[in-house]
Ligand binder design. Structure first.
Ligand SMILES: Nc1ncnc2c1ncn2[C@@H]1O[C@H](COP(=O)(O)OP(=O)(O)OP(=O)(O)O)[C@@H](O)[C@H]1O
Ligand SMILES: [Mg+2]
Length: 341
């Protein structure tokens, strides 16, 4: 597959001492959605700002569609669309005015601009709100307009820095659909996210980044296969405040269990356990009997395949962040008592 973005040994040091991007190399294939998944401060925005020519790198090389980000800056800017992490639209203008302004930045002739803006308003379903000032817009509407702004020039490569951070689930879903549709139409998309679910759903391939480095790269399936285990999440009820700890020690000794960790489950934040096992469904009956035997009652139990969250955890030893997922597990982390594979 042909590469449209090629990054080699990219490094950025801010103020001579903050190493934000630590020699990363990766390439994005033409026509794919490529994800950059990582926690706060991983260096995602720094990488994006360098690729969009807004920030000077310290060292390394990068090309977009064969154009060098240093030597061919103006040409690079012409073929990319960029939506920054901070919403980049003007509050006092209406949605339509904002998009027309973007068109003028791109020197799009008036007639064509009017047409283009109509089309974009339709794409992000903002026709009805088109003449309202942005002051009155919700966060989700702003993000949709922001996405539309990055599309005015009909870019070859769309670069999105955390397109759904802070959005409610429905707005997030909408943005995911627009991104998938743009990609179906042939646009290459490079996006960063802190949400493993977003990276998993949208990316053909992705990098997991942490502290300025790429810690893993592959398709979501490839990365999850590295875990090679199922995840059982359970919340327990017991009069004994140490019940979870006791249970985790017992479970860790079970045949087929790779690791056990403590976590909180559900909105109530009930105490719970995450159990990584080679074959989750096979061990559930024994698990239930075992806990029953020590007087620990199970309130809720879910079985799932591994997520990118577990991949991140395994690679870095830290949880990615609070994520929404089935079973609503918060702040997962393997307890000290868990055994390592
Ligand atoms: N202008 C700057 N001057 C100095 N340090 C900076 C600057 N911008 C970012 N940094 C530092 O560089 C590192 C990487 O920051 P960056 O914004 O690229 O991370 P990020 O992955 O985008 O994080 P987030 O998910 O919070 O947006 C952080 O340690 C950050 O504090
Ligand atoms: Mg950022």
């Amino acid at each position: 597959m042909e590469d449209i973005i090629v990054v080699e040994d990219l490094r950025k040091i801010y103020n001579k001492d903050i190493l934000a991007v630590d020699g990363i190399s990766f390439s994005v294939h033409r026509g794919e959605v490529f994800g950059f998944l990582g926690p706060n401060g991983a260096g995602k925005s720094t990488t994006i700002k360098i690729l969009t020519t807004l920030l000077e790198k310290t060292s390394g090389r990068a090309t977009i569609d064969g154009l060098d980000i240093d030597k061919d800056q103006a040409a690079v800017r012409r073929i990319i669309g960029y939506s920054s992490q901070e919403v980049g639209v003007d509050d006092d203008l209406t949605a339509r005015e904002n998009l027309l302004l973007q068109c003028s930045f791109h020197h799009i002739p008036k007639e064509k601009a009017i047409q283009r803006v109509e089309q974009l308003l339709e794409t992000v379903k903002l026709q009805e709100a088109a003449d309202r000032r942005l002051k009155t817009f919700s966060g989700g509407m702003r993000k949709r307009l922001d996405l539309a702004s990055s599309l005015v020039s009909d870019p070859k490569v769309l670069i999105l820095d955390e397109p759904t951070t802070g959005l409610d689930p429905q707005s997030r879903q909408d943005i995911w659909e627009y991104i998938a549709e743009l990609n179906r139409q042939g646009m290459t998309i490079f996006l960063t996210t802190q949400y493993m679910e977003e990276a998993d759903r949208l990316s053909d391939r992705l990098c997991i980044v942490d502290q300025g480095k790429i810690v893993a790269e592959g398709t979501p399936l490839e990365l999850k296969a590295r875990i090679g285990a199922d995840i059982i999440t359970l919340s327990v009820r017991s009069d004994d405040p140490e019940a979870c700890e006791t249970a985790s020690t017992v479970i860790a000794k079970m045949e087929g269990v790779k690791e056990v960790g403590l976590c909180s489950v559900g909105i109530s934040g009930d105490k719970g356990l995450t159990v990584m096992a080679h074959n989750g469904s096979a061990i559930i009956p024994q698990l239930v009997r075992l806990l029953d035997g020590i007087g620990v009652q199970i309130d809720q139990l879910t079985l799932s395949g591994p997520t990118l969250d577990e991949v991140f955890l395994k690679l870095t030893g830290r949880a990615l962040n609070v994520v929404e997922r089935k079973g609503a597990v918060k702040g997962r982390g393997w307890g000290k008592r868990g055994k390592r594979p």
